[in-house]
Design a protein around this ligand. Structure first.
Ligand SMILES: C[S@@+](CC[C@H](N)C(=O)[O-])C[C@H]1O[C@@H](n2cnc3c(N)ncnc32)[C@H](O)[C@@H]1O
Length: 386
């Protein structure tokens, strides 16, 4: 490592350590042995607009992005050219603070057998293998190009990881059972094959997503019967597995001109349920597992924003206009067999009634038959889903 790389990594580790309270020495050693910039491709997409940052043309900006405490987006739109259309990240080296938070929560000991879902750049797999030891880590990636590049980088850096191309939702039974399974893409349902491939007492750690909001980390412990249970914790967004995404367009898929919605009014502000309160949104998302939402800016003259809510099968929808106020009366339109705004209000009301619990008070029990959400303790079931 040259001196600028050393300075950048030391600064980043200091930031992470402050944010997490401390950073275990085994992970600090792993970070020095696995420099992040050596795992990043020459093309990154940076900023809110996901602008291309090419290492050859802008080496300083590229290096800065490599050592920022932020996700480094390494692929957009599943590798397809977005043209003038919307850009969205489809692979990234996750933000270093989240990477180390998850590694810390995973509780890895030397010799542990680990399955990582979502190889991406290979950086996290490299870190894992420095602590667990050569040959202990299997990492599975859906995108063949990304998997091949990551495998090459890992080999070049002397990190012995078994990289597999495939769908991580199926796990990787060939090398099971595992002591730890870490997903680095989020899920809306815990894939059932994971339960059978992790040893009793083993841990499954995965980012959580609902069509309402991608928020929360879930840490499950597997029991002797092959079920798993554990708490959520608060943390920010992760990209969702492709087959669990909701890609609805309001006018393309949901709303038709001949539909006649029912009009009413509400005193609950749409900002309260879909603004910046992640805890409220997490609680709504975990109750309404098939309800998606999006904001539309200035839908018609005189309205600053409109909240659209729809079922993921696009059969029912609701819209509420918001004029930037937190109190007042807001106009609501609802269409379809379900009265979705009423459902959102009920979910929000439930959350308020239970003292506005954050994700850390919720947990999930997963069995081959279904999932049960609990509050405060695994015997206090609050919602069940299939
Ligand atoms: C946030 S990135 C992973 C970051 C990675 N661990 C690293 O260190 O760079 C998420 C990755 O998950 C992959 N992915 C999404 N769904 C998947 C699936 N079902 N099976 C395997 N990989 C998947 C994506 O292609 C993407 O590369």
């Amino acid at each position: 490592m040259d001196s600028s790389e050393e300075i950048a990594l030391r600064g980043l580790l200091g930031e992470i350590s402050n944010e997490l309270g401390s950073l275990a020495s085994q992970w600090e050693r792993a970070a020095w042995a696995t420099p992040r910039h050596r795992f990043l491709p020459d093309r990154l997409w940076v900023g809110e607009t996901l602008t291309l940052c090419d290492r050859e043309k802008s080496p300083d900006a590229w290096f800065q992005a490599a050592y920022a405490n932020e996700p480094a987006v390494t692929q957009i739109n599943d590798g397809k050219d977005p043209g003038d259309g919307e850009r969205w990240p489809s692979s990234s080296a996750s933000a270093p603070n989240i990477v180390f938070r998850m590694l810390d929560m995973l509780d890895v000991e030397p010799g542990a057998k680990i399955l990582e879902i979502g190889t991406g750049t290979g950086w996290n797999a490299g870190l894992l293998t420095r602590v667990a030891g050569p040959g202990t880590v299997t990492s599975i990636e859906l995108d063949p190009g990304l998997a091949t590049e990551a495998e090459e980088r890992l080999r070049r850096e002397g990190a012995s990881v078994h990289v597999v191309i495939g769908d991580g939702a199926k796990g990787y039974p060939e090398r099971a059972p595992y002591d730890r399974l870490e997903a680095t893409c989020s899920v809306r349902r815990v894939p059932r094959p994971w339960l059978a491939q992790v040893k009793p007492g083993g841990v499954i750690l995965t980012p959580w997503d609902s069509p309402w909001i991608c928020y929360g980390l879930l840490r499950l412990t597997v029991d002797d019967a092959g079920n798993a249970s554990g708490p959520f914790s608060p943390h920010s967004a992760f990209m969702v597995m492709p087959d669990q995404r909701t890609n609805l367009g309001i006018y393309r898929d949901v709303v038709r001109e001949d539909q006649q919605p029912e009009e009413s009014a509400t005193t609950i502000s749409p900002w309260d349920v879909a603004g910046q309160d992640f805890e409220a949104q997490f609680a709504i998302g975990i109750q309404l597992r098939d309800v998606w939402r999006t904001w539309q800016k200035a839908p018609v003259e005189g309205v600053s924003s409109r909240l659209w809510v729809a079922t993921t099968d696009a059969t029912s929808w609701a819209a509420v206009d918001w004029d930037g106020k937190s109190q007042g009366r807001f106009t609501v339109w609802q269409y379809g067999p379900r009265r979705l705004w009423n459902e959102v209000e009920a979910a929000y009301g439930w959350w308020k009634l239970h003292d506005s619990p954050g994700p850390e008070r919720f947990g999930l029990t997963v069995t081959p038959e279904g999932e049960t959400v609990w509050l405060d303790s695994p015997d206090q079931h609050v919602f069940a889903t299939g």
